[in-house]
Design a protein around this ligand. Structure first.
Ligand SMILES: *[C@@H]1O[C@H](CO)[C@@H](O)[C@H](O)[C@H]1NC(C)=O
Ligand SMILES: *[C@@H]1O[C@H](CO)[C@@H](O)[C@H](O)[C@H]1NC(C)=O
Length: 918
């Protein structure tokens, strides 16, 4: 069914384009992508991973948003208070969550729930997600049981429109739409933070047709001694509404899922479904002083002798609820109305700004117009990586397109732009790095340990201008918080090791990416390289263990600093990158120190016995550990995964005694069985299982540290092995259903995109080279921003033979092409075995034809739009004019098509000659 949908839409267009010359066309049609957003499968990787304990298929959320949007929105399918609140294989629907969660391992912040029915008396609902349009990048559209309620939501950057349609069978008292901020557990960081500030983690109040809501829920990452509030201003379209504020009892009584023996005579576990009903029952039973409420239904009444008494003063009668005055849920009651459209504006700055966001973005819109606008924005964004020719219309081509554009959608979700726009166009932000409001751009929700490897080098190629803005955003984080973040969500988070935001900045400086301040960037990089974070045990910024590293040139395993090997190598990576930038910006002294530091670290950890990086002690001896042992010295992996950092390949070659030896060792990674010792992790973690599952030996594509390894072969002159591994990984680790491990803010996806384009940047920040990998999966892709066309005429062949690669018609010498070349645009042509050099000239002509055709397309659209839009304003003469223009364009088209036909003919001629030669 899906295939039919694509076939129909894409093909119809193609046929209309070529109908002029249809008969003359020399070979079978190929697919040109007009609506890339149709290929995005938002649900990929969003199923069956509750609590992430089994194995990951991506750990993604099914998100509707704008690219890099301020808010994300997703269906919530469970009330479990964990980060795994959305599972597309659940059968329950608990509402649509406004979310900012970048990863379940990090958690959410500033979130609230829009739902049907209330906490006290809402029915549990069921939904069908299976239809392909349930969640699109620009719209959520669900059918919810038992009354077949249609729930739709379309987001803008800072706002959204929700529409709920009730069927006639829905009882009047079930026609309720609520906004809700549930209370967290008492031990949660946000609840503790709120308590110390005598505030609440959530509240709302109603006005006529309006709800103003505040949510201060977060997992971590909020600066101490600051307020943190996400404001939402919500308005309903209907005028005949009743508003309801639902008091919150969740803190009044103990609610527990544990079953205790009853200690009141004659009591059984009862059938009450809600807290309020339990309270009523307790009130009506003589001697009931307390009760326990089970979230799955029923209550357990207790008298004053109960051991679980929470309120020591409550010796008789139901306890007085201390918090019932706090309202955390506010509702629109529709009474008889069948439908309501609700507009939502949000802000981290102020309540007034949330109202402004609503005014600016959705006041004059309908749900459908917002959805259409969103679809167009996604189309424009996704089209910047335009698959001009996807190959023949066969199933594999559509699957490639679906995986490709699903990955691109994932890359365009993070980092998150957290800035807001005032009516006069000013850009301001609440800063998660210092808790104040400042002018300018800010970004967050990125784990650099993951994303530096692929997301940023991909953005350099495909979205260089947006990249410059993000970098200025990261520099604002540095200006406001004093350090570059390592894992930002929303502020500094203590997660993973090393500093890689500095590497990202270094990379952008090497490449000359515009839009951010290089001298501030150097300041931030230098700080990461030389300053020891004075806050003890604060590993959320700076390099934890830097002092030892500087003194010893490596971090010994017995120095009391965890993950010593990985830390050493990650520090050395950042040093290598900082050294390059120091050199480039004229800070020679610093550059020299960093260059030496980086080399010494690599040499210090190399164990000549095992030819791997080893667990080195203070005394300089290596502790013997099997290479399959995870943890301890290494982060989320074993020495197999961490022993081949790409930042100084010459040094690695020297240490291994030559290219041949290094290549041999690299091959062993893939040839060694995928077994493991759990090591210091003590239990099997999902990453271990996923490595075994992939079936590529010790190669663990499910996690980041190995992602450059397949490309090291090409760096060392063996492009064939690289190509074959990359093809294998694209097939095994990516599908239309998900990923072979955590997707991680676009990192897994960007690996696929780069690999699918035949380019990969293995030593980000140290060099601007893009190594050539496998033959790209599509015959022709255009990176619009830099005007780079990537051609691979033999792409449709399974595992096409590796031929020469031409950049601007010249054969690429060596394994890579530098960004300094790519940034000027041109054709990168992966010459097929039956497509020698003559093809290069033909492709140049074809590129010009493409352009002319596009211009013609646009002209036609313009003319016909004018013609269609206001026929009355343009008289008959104008119509004639339009026909004349259309006619000329048609003729031009005919000429172009003839030219294209000639090109094809030349090409097929060349390949026939070639066949004969062979
Ligand atoms: C860049 O930042 C430096 C301070 O680090 C400042 O002196 C300089 O004026 C800034 N440049 C621009 C163009 O804003
Ligand atoms: C590094 O060496 C200096 C000088 O010997 C010493 O004062 C300092 O405590 C050492 N730092 C660490 C973290 O070992």
């Amino acid at each position: 069914m899906e295939l039919d949908r694509f076939l129909f839409r894409e093909h119809v267009h193609h046929i209309s384009l070529l109908s002029l010359l249809g008969v003359l066309w020399p070979s079978a049609a190929s697919i040109a992508v007009e609506r890339p957003e149709e290929y995005v499968n938002v649900l990929a990787g969003a199923s069956s991973q509750k609590a992430g304990q089994h194995h990951s298929t991506g750990n993604t959320l099914p998100l509707a948003a704008r690219p890099w949007g301020f808010n994300h929105w997703a269906p919530q399918t469970t009330m479990d208070q964990t980060s795994w609140w959305s599972d597309m294989q659940d059968n329950e629907f608990h509402g649509i969550r406004c979310t900012h969660q970048p990863s379940p391992w990090i958690g959410d912040y500033g979130w609230f729930l829009l739902r049907l029915g209330t906490a006290n008396g809402g029915q549990s609902s069921y939904t069908t997600y299976s239809h392909p349009d349930a969640v699109r990048p620009y719209k959520i559209d669900l059918l919810v049981g038992p009354y077949n309620t249609r729930v739709e939501l379309a987001p803008t950057k800072h706002s959204a429109i929700l529409r709920v349609k009730f069927t006639p069978s829905t009882p009047a008292d079930k026609r309720i739409v609520c906004a809700w901020v549930p209370r967290g557990k008492k031990t949660d960081e946000d609840e503790i933070h709120a308590k110390t500030r005598s505030s609440e983690t959530g509240s709302c109040k109603t006005g006529p047709r309006t709800i103003d809501l505040q949510t201060s829920r977060f997992a971590s990452g909020i600066p101490k001694n600051t307020d943190f509030v996400m404001y939402a201003h919500i308005e309903a379209s209907n005028s005949d509404l009743e508003m309801a504020e639902v008091p919150d009892y969740s803190d009044c009584y103990q609610s527990s899922t544990k079953y205790d023996p009853l200690n009141m005579g004659g009591q059984q576990r009862t059938q009450e479904k809600t807290l309020r009903d339990c309270q009523k029952r307790c009130e009506s039973v003589v001697g009931c002083a307390h009760f326990t409420y089970w979230v799955d239904g029923g209550c357990h009444l207790a008298d004053s002798t109960a051991k679980t008494v929470k309120d020591p003063s409550g010796t008789a009668g139901p306890p007085v609820c201390p918090f019932a005055s706090v309202v955390r849920e506010c509702c629109f009651k529709l009474n008889g109305s069948p439908e309501v459209e609700v507009r939502i504006g949000t802000s981290f700055i102020s309540s007034a700004q949330s109202t402004r966001a609503l005014e600016q973005e959705v006041r004059e819109h309908t749900l459908d117009s917002v959805a259409t606008e969103g679809q167009e924005i996604w189309r424009e964004m996704l089209s910047r990586v335009e698959v001009v020719d996807a190959g023949p219309p066969v199933a594999a081509t559509w699957q490639h397109l679906e995986v490709f554009y699903t990955c691109l959608y994932r890359v365009l979700l993070f980092p998150r732009r957290l800035d807001e726009t005032t009516p006069d166009g000013g850009v301001y932000h609440w800063s998660p790095y210092d808790g104040d409001v400042h002018e300018g751009i800010i970004v967050t929700d990125n784990g650099f340990w993951d994303t530096f490897r692929t997301v940023y080098p991909f953005l350099s190629l495909a979205y260089p201008n947006e990249l410059g803005e993000f970098l200025e955003g990261w520099l604002n984080a540095y200006r406001e918080g004093g350090w570059l973040p390592k894992w930002a969500s929303p502020g500094y988070r203590d997660s993973m090791i090393g500093t890689f935001a500095d590497v990202v900045l270094a990379d952008a400086i090497l490449k000359g990416i515009p839009g951010f301040n290089y001298s501030t960037a150097w300041e931030a990089i230098r700080k990461d390289a030389f300053d020891i974070n004075p806050e003890k045990k604060d590993t959320s910024r700076g390099k934890f263990g830097l002092g030892v590293y500087m003194n010893k040139s490596y971090i010994p395993i017995d120095s009391g600093i965890s993950e010593a090997c990985s830390r050493t190598l990650d520090f050395a990576y950042a040093d290598a990158a900082a050294a390059q930038v120091g050199q480039k910006l004229g800070h020679r002294e610093h550059a020299d120190i960093l260059q030496k530091r980086s080399k010494r670290a690599l040499e210090a950890l190399y164990d000549g016995q095992t030819h791997l990086m080893g667990h080195k002690t203070i005394s300089g001896k290596f502790k013997v550990e099997p290479p399959e042992t995870w943890g301890d010295c290494f982060t989320e992996g074993s020495s197999w995964h961490h022993s081949f950092p790409p930042f100084d390949i010459d040094a690695l070659v020297r240490l291994h005694g030559g290219k041949t030896q290094l290549l041999e060792k690299l091959r062993q990674i893939f040839d060694t069985p995928g077994t493991f010792n759990v090591g210091s992790y003590k239990v099997e973690i999902h990453e271990m299982r996923e490595m075994r599952q992939l079936g590529m030996g010790q190669y663990a594509h499910n996690n980041q540290p190995v992602h450059h390894l397949p490309y090291m072969f090409a760096m060392l002159g063996d492009r064939k092995t690289t190509a074959s591994l990359v093809n294998d990984i694209m097939l095994r680790a990516y599908s239309i259903h998900g990923f072979a491990g955590d997707e991680d803010n676009g990192e897994m996806s960007a690996w696929y995109l780069l690999s699918a384009l035949g380019l990969y940047a293995p030593n980000v920040g140290v060099s601007d080279e893009y190594v050539l990998g496998a033959v790209p999966i599509f015959p022709r892709v255009l990176l619009r921003d830099l005007d780079i066309t990537i051609e691979a005429p033999s792409a449709s062949v399974r595992e096409p033979e590796l031929g020469e690669v031409l950049w601007r018609s010249r054969a690429v010498d060596g394994p890579s092409v530098p960004y300094s070349e790519l940034r000027h645009g041109g054709v990168l042509r992966f010459v097929g075995a039956d497509d020698p050099r003559a093809g290069g000239i033909v492709s140049k002509v074809e590129r010009q034809i493409d352009r002319a055709e596009k211009a013609a397309d646009r002209a036609v659209a313009k003319v016909s739009n004018k013609f269609r839009r206001s026929p009355s304003r343009y008289g008959e003469e104008r119509h004639d004019g339009a026909f004349f223009i259309m006619g000329s364009i048609g003729l031009a088209w005919l000429a172009l098509s003839l030219l294209r036909w000639l090109c094809k003919a030349v090409r097929s001629q060349t390949s026939q000659t070639n066949d004969k030669d062979n």
